[in-house]
Unconditional design. Structure first.
Length: 147
């Protein structure tokens, strides 16, 4: 058993308001995709409001969605993102979200049992944007072992 868990943040800039007809397919899949994460091997925690998702959290601005979660390992998160039915939603992201020039996702290690805050995640994303991948902020393309 490891002393660390993997935290992840990704943000997405909406092309349309969440209640717009163009977003219906995305919104209609949220509950299913969130449940898939909740039941995935290696899943620990995800950011959500009382509604069961994080669509009401506007820390990065009103046009941005926030997805933040904690996993037992990079492999567990990778398998959920790219080897489950989540990948079908991911493949359609350009229909619903604008392409961002800056980094929009970040991974980092946290002590087991720690629940990261959105502010902490924002700091890690800023670190990634300003300094590139490091042991404190990285991506699937260049991972680091826990310190």
């Amino acid at each position: 058993m490891t002393e660390y868990h993997l935290a992840q943040l990704n943000i997405a800039k909406l092309k349309f308001a969440l209640d717009a007809p163009e977003m219906a397919d995305f919104v209609n899949q949220l509950e299913v995709i969130n449940a898939l994460a909740d039941e995935a091997p290696g899943f620990v925690w995800r950011l959500q409001t009382d509604e069961g998702d994080a669509t009401a959290i506007d820390y990065f601005g009103p046009d941005y969605l926030v997805n933040m979660s904690v996993w037992e390992s990079v492999k567990a998160l990778h398998d959920y993102v790219y080897r489950s039915s989540h990948k079908e939603v991911l493949a359609r992201r350009r229909e619903w979200f604008d392409h961002l020039q800056d980094a929009y996702s970040v991974l980092w290690w946290i002590p087991r049992g720690h629940i990261p805050t959105v502010e902490e995640a924002g700091d890690r994303l800023d670190r990634m944007r300003n300094h590139g991948p490091s042991a404190q902020a990285f991506t699937f393309k260049q991972t680091f072992a826990p310190e």
